[in-house]
Design a protein. Structure first.
Length: 111
């Protein structure tokens, strides 16, 4: 009788261990998925931070370029005025020079 009880007890323990394994198996998968998800979230946060930094840098460079473009335009206009005063453009009328400047300003102001 004791052998039968021992055998039944062994079978029950085996079944219990099998059930525990089946319960733990999804838990382990869930933990692994959560870990992978957290790693991807961290990676995404780093990429977004890098993107934001590059966007800021790009906007600063664009602003600098626009400032330089404006300075170039102003210097060109001042140079034309100085050349006109020196008589370099004596063959052209003031009206033509104004039209040239307006065309250049319109060209630079359009995006």
């Amino acid at each position: 009788m004791e052998n039968v009880q021992a055998e039944i007890r062994a079978q029950l323990e085996s079944q219990n261990m099998s059930l525990n394994f089946e319960v733990e198996k999804p838990g382990a998968k869930k933990r692994k998925l959560e870990s992978n998800w957290m790693a991807r979230e961290k990676s995404l946060a780093k990429l977004e931070e890098k993107r934001d930094g590059l966007m800021t840098q790009s906007l600063q460079q664009l602003k600098g370029f626009q400032d330089l473009q404006e300075q170039f335009t102003l210097l060109t206009i001042f140079k034309k005025k100085a050349n006109y005063k020196d008589g370099e453009n004596s063959g052209r009328s003031v009206y033509c020079l104004r039209e040239d400047n307006r065309a250049r300003e319109d060209k630079l102001s359009t995006p």
